[in-house]
Design a protein around this ligand. Structure first.
Ligand SMILES: [Zn+2]
Length: 382
């Protein structure tokens, strides 16, 4: 009889333990559903003593073109202004995970004063930038073939608005001084410089005395800027607008330029312009560095449909910086790709969604396409 309270407490204790275990299990499965990245991708830092090696690690990423056709801005129109936030709502979680994300703002954000327009000479509502920034993008590239669609006024208006809301931008500039101001973002003790160049501006000529307006691909200029960036930053990222439209593989010219950039000191190349995805590749630079080239990130948000033009995604790579008494060492690892899809219903209700979840938005065989795109992007990654 003496043991009765003991068995009773044992019973109550076991019940409590089982309840706690069940709660933990439920919590874990709920957490796994919302998890996009493995925990190894989260920024980490470790300090090892007494050798005094400090290691910092971040993930950086990029998405492709944000190209606002007229049916997209008509969909986003709310009375006198625009709201693009709902379009990005399903990918916000994905874009906020990496420490730094860059995007190519293909259509110029000149705003209403310059007359909103779609193809072929774009001028988009400035509210696009609010949604892009809110979704998790830290810096946009503004060097592309549409940079000069609204001339110098477009570039100024866009630059003023981006400065006002605090979204960093690189590639088109309002003055020589502006162009000479290197864009460096520091995250977890790692300084990342962002550069951006385009092959051209659709034949619209930029005044010779104002060449600072748009960064046009020029090896001498790039070489100088890269070497300057290497002095001020740990990592150099180049957004580059190049290649042939609708080609799914990089041209010989893209490959040649990628090797040039790698040898000059660029660490990560994020390409755009073909409107479709092109694979990622490791390039070994002359000094032995492993450089990641993502040849084309395709369209992230556009009105283009079919033939892979409505599929884009987020490419990411981890950067590890080790600091020892002998200096700093940068290592890139774990390149990943998260495919996305642009969904709409009769040119309304535009949304960018993860491709793996696109079946619920009416895309047939979304799971097959997801696996196909994953394999396509990583076919050269060994
Ligand atoms: Zn383009």
């Amino acid at each position: 009889m003496k043991n009765k309270p003991f068995y009773f407490s044992l019973f109550v204790g076991s019940c409590l333990i089982i309840t706690v275990l069940l709660i933990i299990q439920q919590y874990q499965s709920a957490f796994e559903n919302s998890k996009v990245y493995a925990s190894t991708n989260l920024p980490t830092s470790s300090i090892k003593l007494p050798g005094k090696e400090i290691t910092e690690k971040i993930t950086v990423g990029a998405i492709g073109d944000v190209l606002i056709h007229d049916w997209i801005y008509n969909d986003a129109k709310r009375g006198n202004s625009y709201d693009f936030h709902p379009i990005f709502q399903n990918v916000k979680g994905m874009l906020q995970k990496p420490a730094l994300v860059t995007a190519n703002q293909e259509s110029i954000l000149g705003g209403k004063a310059l007359g909103i327009s779609g193809y072929p000479e774009f001028n988009s509502p400035q509210e696009v930038a609010d949604a892009v920034m809110d979704s998790g993008v830290d810096i946009v590239s503004t060097a592309n073939n549409h940079s000069y669609d609204k001339g110098e006024r477009g570039i100024q208006s866009q630059s003023n608005y981006l400065d006002k809301i605090g979204l960093k931008h690189v590639g088109s500039f309002t003055s020589e001084k502006d162009r000479n101001t290197l864009r460096v973002i520091e995250s977890h003790g790692i300084k990342v410089a962002f550069l951006a160049y385009t092959f051209g501006t659709n034949g619209i000529r930029i005044p010779a005395n104002k060449s600072y307006l748009v960064n046009i691909i020029n090896k001498d200029l790039m070489k100088k800027e890269i070497s300057r960036a290497r002095l001020d930053a740990d990592v150099v990222i180049m957004s580059i607008h190049w290649g042939k439209e609708y080609e799914r593989y990089p041209s010989a010219a893209q490959k040649e330029l990628a090797h040039f950039l790698a040898n000059e000191g660029v660490d990560i190349i994020f390409g755009s312009h073909p409107h479709v995805l092109q694979p990622m590749e490791w390039i070994t630079a002359r000094d032995g560095r492993k450089v990641l080239a993502v040849y084309s990130l395709g369209n992230f948000l556009s009105g283009q449909v079919r033939d892979y033009k409505d599929i884009g995604g987020l490419a990411t790579v981890d950067i590890t910086k080790s600091t020892t008494k002998n200096g700093n060492k940068i290592q890139l690892s774990n390149p990943l790709f998260y495919p996305t899809y642009v969904t709409q219903k009769h040119f309304k209700l535009y949304k960018v969604v993860p491709l793996e979840k696109a079946a619920s938005y009416g895309l047939s065989h979304a799971d097959v396409k997801y696996r196909e795109i994953q394999a396509f992007m990583k076919q050269w990654i060994h």
